[in-house]
Design a protein around this ligand. Structure first.
Ligand code: SAM
Length: 484
């Protein structure tokens, strides 16, 4: 097995894909030696997943795991026998730490111990994504004109990644970041070019050939845009565009073949990902307005007013019958628990529910998400002039469309569900954690620890495992070319 080390591991999406890559004899290709992450809940998710993996790989009893994630067995009652032993091993390689200059000595010592003596190390890979908020367009727009960029250490956390590259010289590395990295600047300097330059001057003299996973061209002919990977092109039901660099250590680069991802035959839609999930309805929360409103009456009134929407009124579409489970769901549902876990809807205010109901209804009729201004006037908030240009409120709601991939699932989904309104008007709600996880291609047996806000946050942060599995297959074939 080829060792991998995962930096800024989040809930482990990137790692999950790599961990599911198998050889032709069904054995696993990769073994995780260490995952580094500072968030305690994400670390708990990583430990639990590593426990599950350990049980699967050792042929252990999976029932305590499933009973725990289904809420049928408390943690202490699950932590016995095989499960306890698997958890002990899992815990030993999930390292909770804030990566940064101050903590380099302890992190280096841990990696050194995990990899073993230098002269005995074989080929291995470093994977991970330095945090992206610093470069994300949303993050940047909040700090326009901010001259503290250069002093904010978050922009330079990639140096921790580079430090480990220089010190431990993995054969291959995979580094993920948001697309905003390509346009992010530190003064006059492009952050992307700065990272590429810094990659040429690693401590310890190592150097890497930087390759694209989507454009098969000589490295010096690649443009920055050639590093953008569109998850929807590779079977993920979500438009998620990320910059991913693949580095091959220069001393072996001439032997390691260039490989790129193979595009899927067609897009996987929201329908293919979530339609067969149990239907659930949101509870109402009436913190605002304080006066309780009668939901059925509100709903009936909203639907009556739909005729006055500015959108072209089309007849209601014919309802489709039950659907068979497709290829995508086969990936999601392999070895899944008997119930759908983490599928509890959030509570919404009655006024928002009425909007969701009508917006989903309109979306179903015209095949695209309505804008807030398309709503009947009765659903506009009284104090907002939503016709006014630039009123941000108008863009706060979006219905996801059945027959297209979803828009990007972001960690902000933890704060606000308005952008992820379920396309089924009858369900009248935003996505659950499990639906978001399915759109991110996490298997149904993947459990996110912590309160719901943190679960959403973890899901939105991750690399889709189905995409990372395909990247893992490329890395596996590259490493294998060195051992053949
Ligand atoms: C984009 S997420 C990584 C997602 C991960 N690659 C996956 O596929 O699931 C970045 C992670 O870096 C973590 N992080 C941010 N700063 C960190 C630091 N200084 N040290 C360790 N982890 C950090 C965040 O808590 C977050 O979970």
């Amino acid at each position: 097995m080829f060792p991998i080390i995962d930096l800024f591991a989040g809930p482990g999406g990137l790692n999950e894909g790599f961990s599911s890559v198998k050889n032709s004899d069904d054995s696993y290709v990769f073994k995780t030696l260490a995952s580094f992450e500072m968030d305690s809940m994400a670390c708990q998710t990583l430990r639990l997943r590593a426990t599950y993996r350990e049980l699967v790989r050792s042929g252990g009893d999976l029932r305590p795991y499933f009973e725990y994630i289904e809420g049928k067995r408390p943690w202490q009652a699950a932590l016995l026998g095989n499960f306890k032993e698997a958890y002990r091993k899992a815990k030993a390689h999930v390292y909770q730490v804030e990566l940064g200059e101050d903590n380099r000595p302890e992190v280096d010592a841990f990696i050194g111990a995990q990899l073993g003596p230098e002269e005995q190390r074989g080929h291995w890979a470093l994977i991970g994504g330095p945090p992206s908020q610093a470069y994300s367009l949303a993050g940047r727009s909040r700090r326009t004109g901010d001259d503290t960029f250069a002093s904010d250490h978050k922009h330079f956390l990639y140096r921790e990644y580079l430090h480990i590259l220089g010190k431990f010289k993995p054969t291959i590395f995979v580094m993920e970041n948001v697309k905003g990295l390509l346009s992010s600047k530190n003064g006059d300097d492009s952050m992307f070019q700065t990272i590429l330059e810094d990659l040429k001057q690693l401590d310890g003299g190592a150097s890497y050939e930087i390759r694209s996973l989507v454009v098969d061209a000589e490295p010096h002919k690649l443009d920055p845009a050639d590093f953008i990977i569109r998850a929807e092109d590779y079977g993920v039901p979500q438009k998620r565009h990320r910059v991913i660099l693949l580095g091959v250590r220069s001393d072996v680069a001439s032997i390691v073949p260039r490989r790129v991802l193979t595009k899927a035959d067609g897009a996987v839609t929201v329908r293919a990902a979530i339609e067969t999930m149990p239907n659930v309805r949101a509870k109402t929360s009436n913190r605002k307005p304080k006066v309780h409103q009668d939901w059925p009456a509100v709903q009936a009134a909203a639907l009556r007013d739909i005729r006055t929407s500015k959108m072209v009124a089309k007849p209601e579409p014919a309802k489709t019958g039950p659907r068979a489970i497709g290829d995508y769901e086969s990936w999601i549902r392999e070895d899944c628990p008997s119930t759908t876990v983490q599928h509890e809807p959030r509570a919404h205010m009655v006024s928002d529910l009425a909007r969701y109901r009508v917006m989903a209804e309109l979306a179903e009729r015209v095949g695209k998400s309505p804008k807030y201004s398309d709503l009947p006037a009765s659903l506009h908030p009284e104090h907002q002039n939503i016709g006014k240009v630039g009123t941000p409120f108008t863009d706060r709601f979006r219905v996801q469309i059945w027959d297209a991939p979803a828009t990007t699932v972001v960690s902000h989904i933890s704060k606000d569900g308005h952008y992820y309104i379920h396309p089924d008007p009858e369900q009248t709600r935003s996505f659950t954690v499990r639906e978001a996880a399915r759109l991110q291609s996490f298997p149904d047996n993947y459990f996110f620890e912590g309160p719901r806000t943190q679960q959403f946050h973890q899901v939105g942060n991750a690399v889709p495992p189905l995409l990372s599995k395909q990247i893992g297959e490329i890395v596996a074939s590259m490493l294998a070319s060195l051992t053949d």
